[in-house]
Design a protein around this ligand. Structure first.
Ligand SMILES: Cc1cc2nc3c(=O)[nH]c(=O)nc-3n(C[C@H](O)[C@H](O)[C@H](O)COP(=O)(O)OP(=O)(O)OC[C@H]3O[C@@H](n4cnc5c(N)ncnc54)[C@H](O)[C@@H]3O)c2cc1C
Length: 557
């Protein structure tokens, strides 16, 4: 059932078996899975259907260094469906070694292993609608027909890692009807969780304070509470709920909000292929079920261990879009139209130095020369993306020259000084806003540098071509647009050591008997992978855990 918090009488306590805060990918997956297990769930969602300026303004906050991070009301959406209303849909699981303690990566290691998550990936993959749960490209596609670079083989640089694309599924739209019809789910819209009220001994949650923008306040009482509010807001809610524990909930050891990670990304260097272009398949492959997939370059687990580097992947990409020397009219047209594209998708086109008039003239010349290509591209985009239900994921161009850049997406090592905290400003409800202080380490840059050197050496050895990147400019290129936008990771990391983590291996907040976190906030490390498939898998695992607890006599019922 979907209900509006406006209709709930002020002061009347709302009861629930499990209360989930947030109806994004995490909250919706969790709620549906709990309901299937016969457990009744109340989902509190701040937003309504579609974006709304007033609600979105609740996400505003400060950023320590604006060059390094976008404002916190960008790259996340405060509405039913959360950020899946604008996400890109790129999916892939974490690698098994992402869960291991790597002695060259301080604070790495999860309290659970790959095997604990692996069994939930197929169901998570179905939820995000990414087709078959097969992420080995050589198993999913014929390697002789669909090789990334035909004839290239290397023990350390692999081309068998696959990414698959969701529609991209907007969880709000896709699951709205099911949420509305499930007998044991209630979704309360326009319901803002303002405070986690603890019992007097501070060991459990007694209730949540819920506010409606009209000014009404009421309480929710449940047996179990789960925060599914995203990586930044989880820290905010825990820190701001400080009436019993002064430092905030779960924050006895000053861990909440620390280890804030995203990914490092950039379009780096130039690969000149010395083979016929027909040997290169850098674009999308389409699986039998119509799902778009793409091969990527990655470093083997052994090579990562040998080099002491983090996990990273790269895609063959077109040259930097802002530099008209690429001579591609479509890229120039996109560059010139960048102000018409939404903030999140234009950010990496808009940032950087403003080009001079000569660059504009060169872009205009590219557009004029390539008018036919632009028309074809426009038609393709309209039919395969704008109007299609399963959308063509991104711009991939036929390469006229044999030059590519590498689109890098790299793990960020855990860093306790990269953090979300509260600032002096308050939102409309009087809740403190966040201060985002995202930081990276020299080791993050060094890790990418070493990995790219191996790529260059293996491309040369394998006769693929010459890959060059400016080592002195690598840091500037990787941080040119700051933190990778929508991935908010690590702010309530799981761990066995209560002094170095916020949640335990079951995502329960340390010191709280009935409070859990769903979402990428609990990831102790960030992997090369985009986070959503894994956070959905962990939400399904959490649902199974809660269902087990609720069945156990003596479980908190
Ligand atoms: C532009 C963009 C592109 C992306 N592309 C990809 C991609 O290709 N692949 C990928 O894996 N990931 C991608 N992501 C990230 C992905 O969108 C997130 O990982 C995912 O949506 C997080 O889901 P969530 O449920 O944890 O959090 P959210 O989606 O943030 O949902 C949190 C929900 O909680 C609600 N809420 C917040 N505070 C409160 C409160 N106090 N009370 C009640 N409700 C509250 C919000 O309204 C929201 O509905 C992208 C993100 C962006 C912005």
């Amino acid at each position: 059932m979907l209900i509006d918090a406006e209709q709930w009488p002020a002061g009347l306590v709302k009861q629930a078996e499990v209360c989930v805060v947030g109806a994004g990918a995490a909250g919706i997956s969790l709620a549906l899975s709990l309901a299937t297990a016969g457990i009744s769930v109340l989902v509190l969602e701040s937003g309504g259907f579609g974006g709304d300026r007033r609600r979105q303004a609740l996400y505003r906050g400060q950023v320590a260094d604006e060059r390094l991070h976008s404002p916190p009301d960008k790259y996340r959406q405060r509405c039913f469906g959360g950020s899946t209303t604008i996400w890109g849909g790129r999916c892939m699981p974490f690698d098994p070694w992402d869960f291991e303690t790597r002695d060259w990566a301080p604070d790495s290691g999860w309290p659970i292993g790959y095997a604990d998550v692996a069994s939930y990936y197929p169901a998570a993959n179905a939820m995000v609608e990414a087709g078959a749960c097969v992420y080995d490209a050589d198993a999913a596609f014929d390697p002789s027909e669909e090789a990334l670079i035909r004839g290239f083989a290397s023990d350390s640089v692999l081309t068998s890692s696959l990414e698959r694309f969701s529609c991209p599924t907007d969880f709000g739209k896709r699951y709205r009807r099911r949420l509305a019809s499930e007998a044991n789910i209630e979704v309360m819209l326009n319901a803002n969780c303002l405070d986690i009220a603890l019992s007097t001994d501070g060991g459990s949650v007694a209730s949540l304070a819920v506010g409606v923008l009209s000014g009404k306040i009421f309480a929710v009482k449940a047996r179990y509470y789960v925060l599914g509010v995203g990586g930044i807001e989880t820290a905010r809610l825990l820190l701001a709920s400080n009436s019993v524990c002064r430092a905030g909930v779960g924050n006895d050891y000053d861990q909440v909000g620390r280890y804030y990670m995203t990914h490092l990304g950039g379009v780096i260097g130039e690969l000149t292929i010395q083979r016929p272009l027909r040997d290169v398949r850098h674009g999308y492959l389409i699986a039998a079920d119509g799902v778009y997939c793409r091969r990527r370059l990655s470093l083997s687990a052994d090579a990562q261990r040998r080099l002491g580097v983090g996990n990273m992947l790269a895609r063959l990409h077109f040259p930097p879009i802002a530099d008209p020397k690429h001579g591609l009219g479509v890229l120039s047209a996109l560059f010139l139209a960048r102000r018409l594209i939404s903030y999140e998708y234009a950010y990496r086109l808009r940032g950087g130095a403003e080009p001079g008039w000569r660059d504009y003239a060169a872009h205009a010349r590219n557009v004029a020369v390539d008018a036919l290509d632009i028309t074809q591209f426009g038609w393709h985009w309209l039919t395969r993306r704008t109007l299609a239900e399963r959308k063509y994921p991104s711009v991939v161009l036929r390469n006229k020259q044999n030059r590519f850049s590498l689109d890098v997406h790299s793990e960020q090592f855990p860093n306790p000084n990269s953090r979300i905290s509260l600032c002096g400003e308050r939102d409309e409800f009087g809740m403190p806003r966040v201060l985002v202080d995202w930081r990276y380490l020299p080791e993050d840059i060094e890790s990418v540098r070493r990995t790219l050197r191996v790529f260059a050496a293996e491309f040369a050895r394998g006769g693929v071509g010459v890959y060059r990147f400016e080592e002195d400019e690598l840091e500037a290129e990787l941080t040119r647009f700051g933190a990778y936008g929508g991935h908010h990771i690590g702010t309530a990391r799981m761990g066995d050591n209560v002094k170095k983590s916020v949640t335990d291996k079951n995502c329960r907040v340390h010191g709280q008997s009935n409070l859990y976190v769903a979402g990428s906030a609990v990831f102790p490390t960030s992997s090369q992978a985009n986070p959503t498939l894994t956070l959905v898998a962990l939400s399904l695992r959490l649902a199974a855990h809660l269902a087990e607890l609720l069945k156990t006599p003596g479980g908190l019922r």
